[in-house]
Design a protein around this ligand. Structure first.
Ligand code: AMP
Ligand code: ZN
Ligand code: FE
Ligand code: FE
Length: 285
């Protein structure tokens, strides 16, 4: 596939579109990647792969490689962890599980609206659905509805007042266990990559996750301090975990986050490709 000298350039392996809670259509995400001179991106919408065909088609037209991805939420103990599935090859297997997760998101949005209404906040489920369109519904859509109707000044304010953990309209997601989430990604032929672990990435935790089947870890992410980034990278290299990174871009209105901002080297993607190829040579157990 790649010649003796691998391709160079920068990639961005974590981003969202209107297929979930991003504000740009999948095609526009790829166009933005092209403008930012990225050679490859992974589209990693929450609990859906529905944006991938459009993104891949535009990627083919523009010469930007689009990697099939998804971002799942999973529980570990009592905390929420995000897991990226990258390089998915068979998304039909995954679709059934994802449909259940999206149904859960719909029920949760209704419950969040009930809680808001019980606080006197007159936002309706229709207002929220209007923000979500056909995308997998999440708290950012509720936040945008609150902003649109004048109940919060911006998305951050909406999370601070109502939607964040411990706030009056917070509703946790019914979630997959980490083992289950990893199994879903592997069943779809993908690599399971721990998303933005930040300061929680201790050696013990990464070793435990590796034992559960995690293949890699997101080293570069806008939420990581330079110290976290350096420490996570070193731990990942010691533990034989693949390196990954991305902007977690959600489109316009995403504050200071810009597409490609994490300057992830193509070489990290090449290592991932090599792992995927090796896995495909060995039939799944
Ligand atoms: P959900 O999956 O519905 O729980 O929504 C999680 C998403 O909300 C994350 O992926 C972020 O994009 C966004 N988010 C979480 N916390 C905040 C916050 N404090 N301010 C703005 N956006 C947030
Ligand atoms: Zn999101
Ligand atoms: Fe995340
Ligand atoms: Fe994300």
């Amino acid at each position: 596939m790649t010649g003796p000298v691998g391709p160079t350039g920068l990639v961005d392996l974590h981003m969202h579109s209107t297929a979930s809670d991003g504000s740009r259509a999948p095609a526009d995400v790829v166009r933005a990647a092209k403008r930012a001179s990225l050679v490859a991106i992974a589209l990693t919408d929450h609990d859906t792969v529905s944006g991938l065909p459009e993104a891949r088609q535009v990627g083919d037209e523009l010469g930007v490689r689009v990697i099939n991805g998804v971002e799942l939420s999973a529980v570990e103990g009592d905390s929420e962890t995000h897991l990226l599935g990258l390089h998915l090859s068979d998304t039909t297997v995954l679709e059934r599980g994802l449909a259940d997760l999206r149904d859960m998101r719909g029920r949760r949005a209704a419950r969040i609206v009930e809680l808001l209404q019980s606080q006197g906040v007159q936002v309706t489920l229709d207002d929220v659905m209007l923000q979500a369109g056909t995308g997998a519904i999440g708290r950012p859509h509720v936040a945008r509805a609150l902003v649109a109707d004048g109940w919060a000044v911006d998305v951050r304010d909406a999370f601070d007042r109502y939607l964040g953990a411990g706030r009056p309209a917070y509703v946790a997601k019914d979630q997959l266990g980490m083992r289950e989430a990893i199994a879903m990604v592997h069943a779809a032929g993908g690599l399971a990559v721990l998303a933005h672990p930040g300061s929680s990435a201790t050696r013990e935790r990464l070793e435990a996750l590796r034992a559960l089947g995690v293949d890699g870890v997101e080293v570069k992410h806008p939420s990581h301090s330079p110290q976290d980034t350096a420490r996570i990278r070193s731990l990942a290299e010691q533990l034989g975990l693949l390196l990954s990174g991305g902007s977690d871009w959600h489109g316009a209105g995403d504050g200071p986050r810009t597409i490609g901002m994490m300057q992830v080297p193509m070489e990290w993607l090449t290592r991932q490709d090599e792992r995927v190829e090796a896995l495909r040579r060995v039939p799944a157990a």
